[in-house]
Design a protein around this ligand. Sequence first.
Ligand SMILES: Cc1cc2nc3c(=O)[nH]c(=O)nc-3n(C[C@H](O)[C@H](O)[C@H](O)COP(=O)(O)O)c2cc1C
Length: 326
Amino acid sequence: MKNQAITLILAPLQGFTDVTYRNVYARHFSGMDEALAPFISTMGQQRLKPTRIQDVAPERNTGCFIVPQILGNVAEDFTFLADHLYEMGHKQVNWNLGCPHSKIAKKQRGSGLLLYPEKIDALLAGIIPNMKPSLSVKIRLGRRNKDEISALLEVFDRHPVDEIILHPRTGEQMYTGSSDLDAFEKAEKASRHAFVYNGDITDMASFNRVRARFPHIRRIMIGRGILANPFLAEEIKGMDSGDQARQLERLRVFHDDLLAGYDKIFSGPGHLTGRMKGFWSYLGPSFDNHKKPLKKILKATTIPAYTDRVKAFFDLSLAFNPGRPL
Ligand SMILES: Cc1cc2nc3c(=O)[nH]c(=O)nc-3n(C[C@H](O)[C@H](O)[C@H](O)COP(=O)(O)O)c2cc1C
């Protein structure tokens, strides 16, 4: 089998890859080795939000090895949350230094902190020796421009981080443009730390481009590409996902299981259909001639309308043809 030496990591996608998704996905698809859970914010005054903590409870995360992620910029709040996660059983936590959203960045959290390498330096000095788990970081090239990474890498070189997950875009770019492989190469070469590649892998061609360019990188993270094509990890690992008919059937059963999982959690049709429509916005475009039937699903406001339209969509037996740009 191909690419057995590669560790595939499911990217954190807030609003998508929560424990319900991770467990259902792991029941239906193979090839993914680990997952980084969507971020948990520090809350100040040493408080914890139970629903967010529950997402990473080991007894609920039976399908896949996970690492929790923390979003924050106060050392004491960070170590408080990290130690709580350690007591729950997590030996490593990840620091979110990549979230691009301006509301978060303005508060000097996520990619907003990348403008302040000296603050990151002080935070790492305050966090790492004072918490029980070890730390990895997830970063972008910078907040405003990709040269900001040089000063950041010097900072990380001074601290014992486990690995650096780099999504080679700037924060302000959000998801526009494309992942900058040249900038990834430059950063990886300049750092003493191990790197994880993350960004824009949607099919074998984009995966192979990254592999050919960075043959020594053994840990690769994929997010939106898995939502668009849940078979992608199997394909990368050289597993047989079945023919078109089998794949359609697998997607249908996966969908129904996901819907049942969220039905237990969300109250009200708006929440449930809203969550499911999010998945369709990535999965739907992977089918040929998806436009009209997908639009119908995305316009459903009641659960019966939603389920009828999903059934109609699958009954069309459209060709599943993933790999379109995200
Ligand atoms: C809807 C959405 C939610 C995300 N949530 C998180 C998050 O909680 N933590 C994080 O570090 N990155 C988050 N990201 C960024 C992804 O983890 C990943 O870095 C990015 O999508 C690029 O990888 P991809 O091209 O494989 O999707 C999010 C991205 C999207 C689109």
